[in-house]
Write a protein that binds this ligand. Structure first.
Ligand SMILES: [Ca+2]
Ligand SMILES: [Ca+2]
Ligand SMILES: [Ca+2]
Length: 491
């Protein structure tokens, strides 16, 4: 313990006097492996001052802020993160790297740029630099773009099941009972979908879209002054465009996941767990999505994707996710489909392997884990600045389970209202997201980290007893989870 504490202090002193050995300790081996090819390397430069320490800072923050409202935490934490990003450390780096294109971040106090190996080694010696990771995908310079259809005003009558079909997957996690007995359909909750696009013109989605009230669509102007032109339904940070509509089969993944969150059954089948939640549509790197979702008032973020081989970069994602959860956004991610392709402990990757992110695994209708579903545990002992959750126990993931399919209706693409032959934990995740939306609709001021705790406490445990690395805490139970959220809000 003493030695561990001494090392960073010593490193700090050494870098002050410019000893090269100390500064190279601040360059991720995955970055230096790209040196020597004569190319510039994309890096994300983590500055010294961060809101949370690693690894104990998140648990301390949650304990100290347990009695606070989520809305207060949003304002307070976003303000503190932005103040840290403006504390002069980023400026010191900018001064040192000269005139190159840089993305400055605030969700973590960090910058992303493409730099030469020589410049990277130079800035590693700065006292203001904590560590240099492989870069987040850079944002494409904002362009104009157009939204294919401006839907207004949305038709939002009071929600009724009526004669529409409610499929087995929603019944299996207790959703219709919440609708009928609690009159809770997810009203008032905004769910951000980080996807490759969503067909927002689908009849079952088009009345459930979040819109940026400060932005006039398709006028070529950034009306709300957030730096993004015409970001009406969300934003595509990959293309630098406001258009977030799915047009290819691959992008159609997002239509299916969005349908599980909020498909309202206009076409005859209710696919959505929270058919009165609203959808914010985002594409691109997580860092931009987290910042946008926090600034624009999203409550839950779905991430039905998995990133492998991040090495120490897993720690950068973890810090970013912990800051985001402290700021009141519930993060959920599917646990992946790599059971037959990868050894434990790397079947469950990023973001779903991060402790504060709700990792959704899968079971079929017989409560068996399908052979494609990734299994836990996850290790963090090898990750710079963390070193917790050593194997063999590791971090138990998944956190909870839902249904990955196949065999229940998903939203189809143009010309086909529904399809039912797809499967994967990409679809488990939005079930959990939908339940989180119902919980927050009932108890909007619960801190975001309480949603994961309550989902686990109320899940229906599956063998073996207790939280296990196949099914987590068990199958989510919407009725019990929403009831627990209501009780926690009144405490
Ligand atoms: Ca804008
Ligand atoms: Ca505009
Ligand atoms: Ca169990």
């Amino acid at each position: 313990m003493t030695i561990k504490r001494l090392v960073p202090v010593l490193m700090g002193c050494l870098s002050l006097v410019g000893v090269a050995g100390a500064s190279s300790d601040k360059i991720d081996p995955l970055v230096s492996a790209r040196f020597g090819r004569g190319n510039e390397v994309s890096v994300t430069i983590l500055c010294r001052s961060q809101l949370l320490d690693s690894p104990g800072g998140f648990a301390r923050f949650c304990a100290e802020n347990a009695a606070r409202k989520r809305s207060e935490l949003r304002t307070d934490v976003v303000g503190r993160l932005k103040a840290l990003a403006a504390n002069g450390e980023q400026e010191a780096v900018l001064k040192s790297i000269g005139d190159v294109a840089v993305d400055r971040h605030w969700i973590v106090n960090a910058l992303t740029a493409e730099l030469s190996p020589r410049t990277i080694e130079k800035i590693a010696a700065l006292d203001e630099v904590k560590y240099i990771y492989v870069g987040f995908s850079p944002v494409t310079a904002p362009g104009a773009g157009r939204i294919s259809e401006v839907i207004r005003p949305p038709k939002r009558e009071p929600f009724r099941i009526g004669d529409r079909t409610v499929p087995w997957n929603l019944k299996g996690i207790g959703v219709p009972r919440v609708w009928e007995k609690k009159d809770n359909f997810g009203d008032g909750i905004v769910v951000a979908m980080l996807e490759h696009g969503v067909d927002y013109t689908h009849p079952d989605l088009r009345n459930n879209l979040w819109v940026n009230a400060g932005e006039k669509p398709n006028n070529g102007k950034d009306d709300d002054g957030n730096g993004l032109i015409d970001d009406y339904y969300g934003y595509n940070f990959r293309t630098g465009s406001c258009e977030v509509r799915a047009t290819t089969a691959q992008q159609h993944h997002g239509t299916m996941t969005a349908g599980i969150v909020a498909g309202d059954g206009t076409g005859g089948t209710i696919t959505g767990v929270a058919p009165r939640a609203r959808l914010m549509l985002l594409s691109g790197s997580g860092v931009y999505a987290f910042q946008y979702a926090l600034e624009q008032g999203a409550d839950v973020l779905n991430m039905s994707f998995s990133i492998p081989y991040l090495g120490n970069g897993r720690g950068l994602w973890r810090l970013m996710a912990e800051h985001t959860v402290c700021a009141g956004l519930v993060l959920v991610s599917g646990c992946g489909n790599f059971q037959q392709k990868a050894e434990i402990p790397v079947q469950i990757r990023i973001p779903e392997g991060i402790p504060c992110i709700i990792g959704a695994g899968g079971v079929d209708q017989e409560m068996k884990v399908p052979s494609f579903c990734s299994l836990g545990p996850v290790e963090w002992a090898s990750v710079k600045f963390y070193g917790d959750y050593p194997l063999p126990e590791g971090l138990v993931k998944p956190d909870v389970c839902a249904f990955p399919g196949a065999g229940y209706p998903l939203l189809g693409d143009a010309g086909e209202d529904y399809i039912n032959n797809r499967r994967g934990n990409s679809f488990s995740s939005p079930h959990v997201v939908g339940v989180a939306a119902l919980m927050l609709s009932a108890a909007p001021e619960l801190p975001a980290w309480r949603i994961r705790e309550l989902l686990e406490e109320t899940a229906n445990d599956l063998p073996p007893r207790g939280k296990d690395p196949r099914t987590g805490a068990g199958l989510v139970d919407a009725w019990a989870a929403v009831s627990a959220a209501e009780a926690a809000a009144h405490r």
